[in-house]
Design a protein around this ligand. Structure first.
Ligand code: HEC
Length: 157
């Protein structure tokens, strides 16, 4: 009896820990946990890990918020850019094609909600797009706002 009570408490405590962390996902966290940096670089400047397919600098992209959302959600079939919306193609139409199977040669990335993708796009628009010249402020956006993070020391104010 006492033992199952303790186990029930433990289950509640676990839920309490998991739910708020998820709800608080900021754009930088979504970026990090979706592994965008592997291909696009830690600061989205195209300087990715050589072990992964190179992704272009998102600082130089010409895409507006709508096209960013669509590209991140649906990926780019036939390229290494994965789709990231949970249910893209199968439940939510992509690029105007009716819902159906995921097209061939379409990589699958982290599976995000529409809200997480919106948060990520807002973050990219505010801190990345059009900011080709890195500075401490834009670096800090990827480092919990800390301009003195070791990664940011090399950049000008
Ligand atoms: C496995 C490597 C890989 C991962 C992971 C990845 N990308 Fe990409 N991404 C690419 C490649 C390669 C392209 C270029 C596709 C092409 O040739 O059209 C691309 C293109 C893009 C573009 C279009 C840029 C433009 O100007 O046309 C955006 C936006 C983008 N990625 C955002 C993201 C975001 C955000 C994430 C994480 C949620 C992510 N990518 C994860 C490889 C990746």
């Amino acid at each position: 009896m006492a033992r199952s009570f303790v186990m029930a408490l433990a289950a509640v405590a676990t839920l309490a820990l998991v739910v708020p962390a998820h709800a608080q996902d900021g754009g930088a966290n979504v970026w990090l946990k979706s592994a965008c940096a592997n291909c696009h670089g830690n600061l989205a400047d195209g300087d990715g890990d050589p072990a992964y397919p190179p992704g272009p600098s998102l600082r130089k992209t010409k895409l507006d918020a709508d096209l960013l959302r669509e590209t991140i959600s649906c990926g780019r079939p036939g390229t290494k850019m994965p789709f990231h919306l949970d249910g893209a193609y199968t439940k939510t139409s992509c690029y105007g094609v009716p819902v159906g199977a995921v097209p061939d040669q379409t990589a699958k990335g982290a599976q995000l909600t529409e809200q997480q993708i919106k948060t990520l796009v807002d973050f990219l628009v505010a801190n990345v797009v059009g900011q080709a010249r890195l500075n401490k402020k834009y670096c800090a956006a990827f480092n919990e706002g800390n301009q003195n993070a070791p990664e940011c020391l090399q950049y000008p104010q």
